[in-house]
Design a binder for this molecule. Structure first.
Ligand code: FAD
Length: 543
């Protein structure tokens, strides 16, 4: 694969070439776990191939709460070492991907009869800051009710005692996954989306993996010395494909998020609040919207690719909002989009999904395939290190992990302290070409330094609108084939500005047709697929 052309143009040639190689490692699954393993292994010099059956981050890794967080709720469950580990990881991800990670102060309101008493929250947040190694000037504050209301006027005042105010980080989970994969390409990694693993065999110490390319409708066979199963909710399915399953290891918990216009829930900071049943939910302002979640219910359906929200899930979240916020009552028709994800949890008999630990676990099959499941988006780097340390040992090698020092794609010349400066320089460049971007924040946090390339496309006068230049960039450099993936995972526009999609499709369709050589019937099919998906984001089932 050409390092500068991560796209579909030479896909079949590069797949054919890769069929002839013996890889050190094949990773199955292109979510955050697989992406982290790909970067760690390839940066240690391992010849690594990644196979993802749909789009990168199309599983759980594009459907999370999108927080890089230490997990305050784990403190409640006394999981100190988990809090310490993921807390420290926050700082590393922020250092290496400062455009993708946005520091945020969260407000946690304290109510009479709520989850926390004021003194409890004060102690918990102090421990939380200490475990995560939070800098002195960013440590928690505890407010009285008056100060709390001045910070967040939308809160329900009845029974309000005060609030905790503490640091977390927001991200875009799908873009973080993709940028990690793009970073791995610099170390000669070979990642492919739309290649589904169909069979696994092991002969004479070599794994033979057959995968189906759903875009070109072709099968390919690859070989490797080591094999990792990083398929999250599908972990047990791949263990079955590998014929080595003794008992199921994973149970799935469904989590729904709803998106509404910011004017309907005009919060200034993210709020972490009690639902009526005392579970805690997040409300997070983003891109002129606010999203709120999540639910946590056992998921037992067979089809895991597109889990959907039902009316019960929606009612739960709307009730939680209407209970905590003093805004005109939110109803179903205020929901402009939604997403539903499945947490792959390590099965613990007799426990409710909300009680199961979010720890990760390695499962090593008799033929030595390594499955990794559980964990958090935030802890992806440590999970990857654990897996790759084992692989390096299996290969009798000794290269050490250095991913804590690897800057993630899009962060060139950006660091934690110059974010505002870089944003201003992009604003000036956009106004030079007479583009007044109201979306500078979105563009910067989506593409980071790669915004230079998008501006260059606009400057060359080839495109008149930013969305066209974005589509060109994503097709040529982010292995984009489907318009749906552009609007969903490359730009999140389906979530935060669904009302503009019809207009923007007209602008970008000719670019998909031209760059990917699609005829009018093919492009029509892809657009219909996108529009049908858009409908589903506000169409909720009854059961
Ligand atoms: C509602 C919700 C909120 C969350 N919020 C947070 C949060 O705010 N912060 C945080 O740190 N964590 C959060 N998490 C947890 C986090 O999102 C997950 O731990 C993480 O995304 C799991 O990633 P993964 O790569 O293991 O799985 P996935 O992202 O699901 O990736 C597995 C991939 O394997 C692919 N695959 C499956 N079968 C095959 C096959 N046969 N061949 C090829 N590929 C295959 C799938 O298509 C999929 O893309 C949340 C989870 C949920 C559900």
């Amino acid at each position: 694969m050409n390092k500068n052309s991560f796209n579909f143009l030479d896909r079949i040639d590069s797949l054919n070439k890769n069929q002839t190689k013996l890889f050190d490692l094949i990773v199955i699954g292109g979510g955050i776990t697989g992406a982290g393993i790909l970067l760690d292994a390839s940066s240690r010099g391992l010849n690594t191939l990644l196979l993802e059956k749909k789009d990168f981050a199309s599983g759980t890794s594009g459907r999370s709460t999108k927080l890089i967080h230490g997990g305050l709720r784990y403190l409640k469950e006394l999981e100190f070492s988990l809090v310490r580990k993921v807390g420290k990881e926050r700082a590393i991800v922020f250092k290496n991907a400062p455009h993708l990670i946005v520091p945020q102060k969260l407000l946690l309101p304290i109510y009479k009869n709520g989850t926390f008493k004021k003194w409890q929250l004060s102690i918990a947040l102090s421990i939380y800051d200490w475990l995560a190694g939070v800098k002195k000037n960013e440590r928690k504050k505890i407010f009285n009710s008056k100060k709390t209301i001045s910070k967040e006027t939308t809160l329900n005042k009845e029974g309000l005692i005060g609030a905790g105010f503490y640091s977390e980080y927001r991200t875009d989970d799908a873009r973080l996954t993709l940028e990690i994969i793009k970073t791995a390409i610099n170390y000669n990694a070979e990642p492919y989306n739309y290649l589904e693993v169909k069979s696994i065999k092991k002969l004479n110490d070599i794994f033979y993996v057959e995968a189906y390319d759903s875009v070109n409708k072709l099968s390919f066979k690859f070989k490797s010395k080591q094999l990792v199963n990083a398929t999250g909710p599908w972990t047990d399915d791949i263990r079955k494909t590998n014929n080595t399953i003794s008992k199921e290891k994973i149970c799935l918990s469904k989590g729904v998020h709803l998106v509404m216009k910011h004017e309907n829930l005009p919060i200034k900071n993210p709020v972490y609040f009690d639902a009526p049943d005392k579970r805690m939910c997040f409300a997070i302002p983003r891109n002129k919207c606010t999203y709120v979640g999540t639910t946590d219910t056992l998921f037992e359906e067979i089809e895991k690719t597109e889990p959907t929200a039902n009316i019960k899930d929606i009612t739960y979240i709307l009730d939680a909002i209407n209970n905590c916020f003093d805004v005109p009552k939110l109803k179903l028709n205020n929901v402009i989009s939604s997403w539903t994800g499945l947490r792959p949890l390590i099965l613990e008999e007799g426990k409710k999904t909300s009680e199961i630990s979010r720890k990760d676990e390695l499962i090593i099959a008799q033929n030595n395939m390594i499955s990794i499941a559980g964990g958090k988006l935030t802890g992806y780097r440590l999970m990857a290190k654990k897996v790759v340390d084992l692989i390096v040992k299996n290969l009798n090698q000794s290269e050490k992990c250095f991913t804590s020092e690897i800057k993630i794609s899009g962060s060139e010349n950006i660091n934690q302290t110059n974010v505002n400066e870089v944003k201003t320089s992009f604003k000036e460049k956009l106004s030079e070409i007479e583009i007044q971007s109201n979306d500078l924040d979105y563009l910067f946090h989506n593409y980071g330094s790669q915004l230079t390339k998008i501006i260059a496309l606009l400057k060359s006068n080839r495109y008149k609108s930013i969305v066209q230049a974005e589509a060109h960039f994503c097709i040529m450099e982010e292995n984009l084939y489907y318009p749906l993936d552009f609007f969903l995972r490359r730009t999140s526009k389906l979530y935060y500005s669904p009302e503009k999609i019809e207009e923007e499709i007209i602008l970008v369709s000719p670019i998909f047709s031209k760059l990917l050589n699609l005829n009018s019937a093919e492009i029509k099919l892809l657009i219909n697929q996108l529009l049908a998906y858009k409908k589903r984001l506000t169409n909720f089932t009854d059961d």
